[in-house]
Design a protein around this ligand. Structure first.
Ligand SMILES: Cc1cc2nc3c(=O)[nH]c(=O)nc-3n(C[C@H](O)[C@H](O)[C@H](O)COP(=O)(O)OP(=O)(O)OC[C@H]3O[C@@H](n4cnc5c(N)ncnc54)[C@H](O)[C@@H]3O)c2cc1C
Length: 395
C-alpha cells in the first residue's frame, strides 16, 4: 500500500494553505481533490475580504492558492475520498481508486449551502443570489433585497444586511420565525426589515442580475411579485463530512469538533476550514485553520516517527520520561544518564513535557517515570523520587 506522511483531503483555501505549510516544513504532502482546486470560491465573482487583494474573482484567488501550493511541489491527485479508517492503529485513506496509508490526515472537505431549488436560483448565483451575508452584503448598498428562511441564521443575517441595504424582506413559509426570541425582537424592531409571512419563492427572475422574485402565499395560493436586487438564501448549510462520519466527534449537523490546534477526537487526524464546528466560515478563517492544522501535523509526525524509532521498534528499551520545565527533573535525568553510562546500561531520555502524546499512549502515571519496553510493550514502570531509585530500576 502507498505510504505518505501527510494526506490532505480537499483543495479549498484550508487544504491548499495546509499543503503550503506542510511542504515548507519539509513533509511529504499528498493533496486529494475530487473537483477543482480552489474549493467553494470558484463559484463567486467577487472576493473583497482577502487581505492584500482588494478585489479578485473566486477563481483568480483559488488559482493563486493552487499555484502557491504547486510552487512548493505539493503533489495533487484528482480523486474522491470515500472514507478514512483506522486499521490496527494505522490511518488508511480510502479513495474511489486506491488505499493510502498516512502518518497524519487533515480533513479540509468544506461545506455547502443548501439550495432552495426554485426556478432561476442556479443561474443567478453570483448575480444577485447569495448564501453568505458577510461575503456579499456590501454589494447591496442602498438596494432592496430579500432574505429567505426563518431560523436564527436568516433572522440574524437579515439584521446584519440592513447595514447595507435600504430594505430587507424576510420571506418565511410560516407565520412566525423559528429563531431565538432576542434575535427576532432585534430584527422586528428594525424599520428596514419587513417580514413576508406564509410565503415561498416560486421563481427568481432577472435578465443577468436578479430583478424580481415571484412569491406564492402557502395559505391563500396567491402569487405576487417582489422587486429585489438580491436574494440571500439561509435555508441551511452542511459539512462534507462523509469521509470521517462516525470516526471523529462531531457536533449536531455533522460539523467536526476540533480544539484550537485543529486536532479531532482521533490522534493524528485534523480538520480545518468550513467542515469544522466554528463561528465564521470564510476564506481567511479556512486558511488560518489550514496553517494551524499543518503545523500540528508536522509536530505530530516528527514526534511519532522519532519516538517510534527510539522507543517502539527496538527489542528492549529503558526510558526516562522527565519534564523539561521542571529543574529538579532535568537534573535527575542528567545524573541518571551519567550513572547509567558508568554502569554500562543504555538509558533513553525523553522530554515528556514536549512529547505528551507518547506519555498518554504509554499510559504513564506522570513525570518523572522510568519505563521498560520490550518490542514496544510496557513491561514495568516506576516513578523515581531519587537517583538511587533510578539506579535500582536499571540493575
Ligand atoms: C457563493 C459563495 C461566495 C463566497 N464568498 C466569499 C467571500 O467573498 N469571502 C470569503 O472569505 N468567503 C466567501 N465564501 C466562503 C468561502 O468560500 C469558504 O469559507 C471557503 O472556501 C472554505 O474553505 P475550505 O477549504 O474549508 O472549503 P471549500 O472551499 O469548500 O473546499 C473544500 C474542497 O474539498 C473538496 N472535497 C470535498 N469532499 C471531498 C472528498 N470526499 N474527496 C476529495 N475532495 C473533496 C471539494 O471539492 C472542495 O474543493 C463564499 C462561499 C460561496 C459559496
Amino acid at each position: 500500500m502507498e505510504k505518505r506522511e501527510l494526506v490532505i483531503i480537499g483543495a479549498g483555501p484550508a487544504g491548499l494553505t495546509a499543503a503550503i505549510y506542510g511542504r515548507r516544513a519539509g513533509l511529504d504532502v499528498l493533496l486529494l481533490e475530487k473537483g477543482t482546486p480552489g474549493g467553494q470560491i470558484n463559484i463567486t465573482d467577487e472576493i473583497e475580504n482577502w487581505p492584500g487583494v482588494k478585489h479578485a474573482s473566486g477563481q483568480e484567488l483559488g488559482n493563486m492558492f493552487r499555484e502557491h501550493a504547486e510552487k512548493f511541489n505539493t503533489e495533487f491527485r484528482d480523486t474522491d475520498v470515500r472514507k478514512v479508517e483506522i486499521r490496527e492503529g494505522r490511518k488508511i485513506v480510502v479513495t474511489e481508486k486506491e488505499e493510502i496509508e498516512a502518518e497524519a490526515v487533515i480533513i479540509c472537505t468544506g461545506a455547502y449551502f443548501r439550495r432552495l431549488g426554485c426556478e432561476g436560483e442556479a443561474e443567478h448565483i453570483g448575480q444577485g443570489v447569495s448564501y453568505c451575508a458577510v461575503c456579499d452584503g456590501a454589494f447591496f448598498e442602498d438596494e432592496t433585497i430579500a432574505v429567505i428562511g426563518g431560523g436564527n441564521t436568516a433572522v440574524e443575517e437579515g439584521t446584519y444586511l440592513t447595514k447595507f441595504a435600504k430594505k430587507v424582506y424576510i420571506v418565511h413559509r410560516r407565520d412566525e420565525f423559528r429563531a431565538d426570541r432576542a434575535a427576532i425582537e432585534h430584527a422586528l424592531s428594525n424599520p428596514k426589515i419587513e417580514p413576508v409571512w406564509n410565503s415561498v419563492v416560486e421563481r427568481i427572475e432577472g435578465d443577468g442580475m436578479v430583478e424580481n422574485i415571484v412569491l406564492k402565499n402557502v395559505k391563500t395560493g396567491e402569487v405576487s411579485n417582489l422587486a429585489v436586487a438580491g436574494v440571500f438564501m439561509f435555508v441551511g448549510q452542511a459539512p462534507y463530512d462523509e469521509p470521517v462520519r462516525g470516526l471523529v466527534k462531531a457536533a449536531k449537523g455533522g460539523w467536526i469538533i476540533t480544539n484550537e490546534d485543529m486536532e479531532t477526537s482521533v490522534e493524528g487526524i485534523y480538520a480545518a476550514g468550513d467542515v469544522r464546528e466554528k463561528g465564521l466560515r470564510q476564506v481567511i478563517t479556512a486558511a488560518g485553520d489550514g496553517a494551524v492544522a499543518a503545523m500540528s501535523a508536522v509536530s505530530y509526525i516528527n514526534e511519532q516517527v522519532h519516538l517510534r524509532s527510539l522507543l517502539m521498534e527496538p527489542e528492549h528499551v529503558v526510558a526516562f520520561f522527565y519534564s523539561s520545565i521542571d529543574g529538579n527533573q532535568v537534573q535527575l535525568s542528567e545524573k541518571a544518564l551519567k550513572e547509567a553510562e558508568t554502569m554500562g546500561k543504555k538509558l533513553t531520555l525523553v522530554d515528556g513535557y514536549r512529547n505528551g502524546k507518547m506519555v498518554e499512549k504509554l499510559e504513564l502515571p506522570g513525570m518523572p517515570t522510568l519505563v521498560e519496553l520490550r518490542k514496544g510493550e510496557v513491561v514495568r514502570t516506576e516513578s523515581p523520587a531519587t537517583l538511587e531509585k533510578v539506579l535500582s530500576f536499571l540493575k
